[in-house]
Design a protein around this ligand. Structure first.
Ligand code: TMP
Length: 392
C-alpha cells in the first residue's frame, strides 16, 4: 500500500524555465509516498514523460567538473573490470559518459533530441527514443544482446519500473552487467534533502527497495559503490541470478543492514523526516527574512531542479533572491520555475558586489568553494539548507 507522508505543496515542472515573469506557470501538488510492501519511496502524481523529456530539456550532465570527472573515471573502471564488447547507456544526456568510450562499442539512448543531437554530431550512435520494451526489441534485432547496460540518474525518472527492468533483462547478455546509479534514499533522509523530490524524480531508491524490485526479474545486486555525487549516490552493480560466477560483495549486505538500522523499511522513519522538512522550511525562511531586514543581498548559485523544490515549497521568490547564476546556456536569461527569479550566465564579476550565495547546487559545494575563493576572501558568505538551514 502507498502511504503519503510528505506534501511539498504546489510545484511547477522542475525543468520548465519560463522566459517571462508570469504567475500562470502550471503547478502540481507534489506528494511523497512510501510503499509498505516493497519499501519503494515515490512521488504520487506521475507526469507524462513527453511533458518533461523533450527537445527542450535544459539539464546537461557535462556542466560540472565533478560529474565529468566521475564519468571519466567510471568509463576507465568499466573497461578494466568488465571489458564489454558492447555498452549501452540509458539516458546518455550530452555524452558525459559515452564520449569517453570507443565509438564503435557504445550506444546512447537519449529521448531529449536536443541532447541526443550533441552526441550524434560527435559520431556516437544515439537513439533519441524513450526506454521501453519496443526499443529493446529493436536494439536486439539490430545489435544483438548487450554486455553492459549503464544508467545514471535516469531509471528513477521512469514511472513504469516493470517495463524498465523487463526491457533491461531482455536485452542484457546472460553474463551481462547492469550498472545503475542514483541518489541514495539513506543519504537523502539523513541530510534532510527533501529537494531530491521533484516531478521528474519519480523514485528515490534505497538498496532495499531496489532489491525488492529486482527480485521479480531474477536479478541481484552484487556490488555497491558509495559516491559523493548528487549529495550522496549509490552505484549498484547488478547481474542475472543465473550468473553464479560473480560473488555478492559484503558491501551489499552492509548497505542493507545500514538501511534497515536507520529504519528505511518503516513508515515512522518517513513521518519523522516529514516533520524535519517542515522545521527546515521554517528555519530557512527565518534566515532569508533576517537577511532582507539587514538589507543583505542574496543570489542563487546553480539554478537546479532541487532549488525549484526548495523555493516553491518555502515560498521564497524574487523578493528574497536577486538572481541566480548558472553555467548552462539553456537556463540562462530564463526564470527559475515558479519563483520569477531571473537566471544569468555565470561570471565571477556578477558576484563581486553580493553578500550571500544561496547554494542551489549544494551537491557541488566543494567545487563551488574552490571556484569562489575571491568571493569568500571579499567577505561573501554561503547559505544552504543542507543538512540544516545555516550560513556557512
Ligand atoms: P544538478 O545539481 O541538478 O546536477 O544541477 C547543477 C546545476 O548547477 C547545473 O545547472 C549547472 C549548475 N552549476 C553552475 O552553474 N556552476 C557550477 O560551478 C556548478 C558545479 C554547477
Amino acid at each position: 500500500m502507498n502511504i503519503k507522508f510528505l506534501n511539498l505543496g504546489m510545484q511547477p515542472l522542475a525543468n520548465e524555465y519560463p522566459s517571462f515573469v508570469t504567475k500562470k506557470q502550471k503547478k502540481y501538488n507534489l506528494n511523497i509516498c512510501f510503499n509498505t510492501k516493497n519499501k519503494v519511496v515515490s512521488i504520487s502524481k506521475r507526469m507524462r514523460s513527453e511533458k518533461m523529456f523533450n527537445q527542450k530539456y535544459p539539464y546537461r550532465s557535462s556542466m560540472s567538473k565533478t560529474m565529468k570527472d566521475s564519468f571519466k573515471k567510471l568509463s576507465r573502471d568499466i573497461i578494466k573490470r568488465f571489458n564489454p564488447n558492447l555498452t549501452l547507456e540509458i539516458g546518455s544526456n550530452d555524452g558525459a559518459l559515452i564520449t569517453n568510450l570507443n565509438k564503435k562499442r557504445v550506444i546512447g539512448i537519449e529521448p531529449c533530441s536536443n541532447l541526443a543531437a550533441i552526441t550524434k554530431k560527435k559520431g556516437f550512435m544515439t537513439y533519441d527514443e524513450y526506454w521501453n520494451f519496443n526499443l529493446a526489441k529493436k536494439l536486439k534485432k539490430k545489435h544483438g544482446l548487450i554486455d553492459l547496460i549503464y544508467s545514471a540518474n535516469t531509471l528513477t525518472h521512469i514511472s513504469n519500473l516493470d517495463e524498465v527492468f523487463k526491457s533491461v533483462n531482455y536485452l542484457l547478455n546472460k553474463n551481462g552487467i547492469l550498472i545503475i546509479e542514483d541518489p541514495s534514499l539513506l543519504e537523502c533522509i539523513k541530510n534532510n534533502a527533501y529537494d531530491q523530490f521533484y516531478n521528474e524524480h519519480v523514485y528515490v531508491f534505497s538498496a532495499l527497495a531496489l532489491r525488492n524490485i529486482l527480485k521479480k526479474f531474477n536479478m541481484d545486486i552484487f556490488d555497491i559503490q558509495k559516491l559523493k555525487t548528487h549529495g550522496g549516490s549509490l552505484r549498484y552493480f547488478i547481474k542475472k541470478k543465473q550468473n553464479n560466477k560473480i560473488k555478492i560483495s559484503n558491501k551489499v549486505f552492509k548497505q542493507f543492514i545500514a538501511e534497515k538500522r536507520f529504519g528505511l523499511e518503516k513508515l515512522s522513519t518517513f513521518k519523522k523526516f516529514a516533520l524535519n522538512v517542515k522545521s527546515s522550511k521554517k528555519n530557512l525562511l527565518k534566515i532569508f527574512e533576517k537577511l532582507k531586514e539587514k538589507n543583505k543581498s542574496v543570489v542563487g548559485y546553480g539554478a537546479t531542479a532541487k532549488a525549484v523544490t526548495i523555493l516553491n515549497y518555502c515560498k521564497i521568490d524574487n523578493k528574497f533572491i536577486k538572481f541566480f547564476l548558472d553555467t548552462t546556456p539553456e537556463k540562462q536569461n530564463k526564470l527559475l520555475p515558479g519563483t520569477n527569479i531571473r537566471i544569468y550566465k555565470y561570471s565571477k564579476k556578477k558576484l563581486s558586489k553580493e553578500n550571500f550565495i544561496f547554494l542551489g547546487a549544494w551537491n557541488f559545494k566543494n567545487e563551488i568553494f574552490k571556484k569562489e575563493k575571491k568571493f569568500i576572501k571579499m567577505g561573501g558568505k554561503f547559505l544552504t539548507h543542507i543538512p540544516k538551514p545555516k550560513i556557512l
